[in-house]
Design a protein around this ligand. Sequence first.
Ligand SMILES: [Zn+2]
Length: 338
Amino acid sequence: MQYERLSDFAGKGSYLLFDFPLYTKIKINTMPETTEETEILDYNEEGIPSIVHHMNFIENRDVRYLKMLVTQEKNFYYYCPFCERKLQIIENGFKLKKELTESNITTYSYMFMSEEFEEYDKHAAKDSVKRFEELIKHIFDDKRTLKMDFECTSKDKHKFYVIFQLTDDNYLMKTGQYPSILDFDNTLKEYQKVLKEKEITRELTKAQILKTHSMGVGAFLYLRRIFEKIIFEKYEQAKLENNIDEQLFREAVTKDKVKILHEKGYLPIYLVEINPFIYDILSKGVHQLCERECNLHYDTLRQAILLILEEKMEMDQKGKLRKNTKNELNKIHTKLSQ
Ligand SMILES: [Zn+2]
């Protein structure tokens, strides 16, 4: 999912509020949009209808989404970092002046399009700028900042808040939140229970901290390191088990290293499945992409790494269990053969 303009967050409001990185600019387009309806007025003697078209100029979907985000009374199911569980989170919503709630700017009705349309078009463009200015004056303070307060519905009523800044060129930017993005991230907590490798947990946390501060390139670097560590660890295991051509492996590029290890059965299937592109994307992030692009794609890549780690863990556990069981069977066999 790409998050470039505010309406991209439609249906994902809680992600924007609590998990989206700070200081990442989100465009609010203020240009009006149009929708068209047709109406049949009557039919002439030959049964041909006279049709009138209504072209509605409405506020841009980014502006409509902003209004909804700020004004709607909220009650949604989400993770509370204090309760350490999911429950209903509430927010009262900002009461908007009645004249600002309307999204329709003007309607141009016509049977045959004429130059009148341009008048309407110009008027709508001008009016939407004016209306947007009025709206932000109403919902943001004089420094163009906005604070939203939330509360969890446990008996302790834990308080959260989020602060937004609107830049002069109409980008929305989250500049603060409490609790932090890291506190809201319970996936890592879940994985920590099973992630034995402390170093990987540390690197995942570091990646997450960098993402929180919109330093996507650095965050990518940590994800790539984890990816490389998994490959290296499996190579070491294969070496120990005398099951790999070391020279061939060392000389291969990463993609082929994955293939070699896969053929020997050392890698999680998911890693092999996404092998054609994951390392390329991570490397591109480190060498070519800008911070903004890395920030936009970070969550998907992190999810991929977590899925690999999860599968690897299961593989390791199963491997250990197999080995132990085999040893036990061996002992039993020896004993019974005596
Ligand atoms: Zn709570």
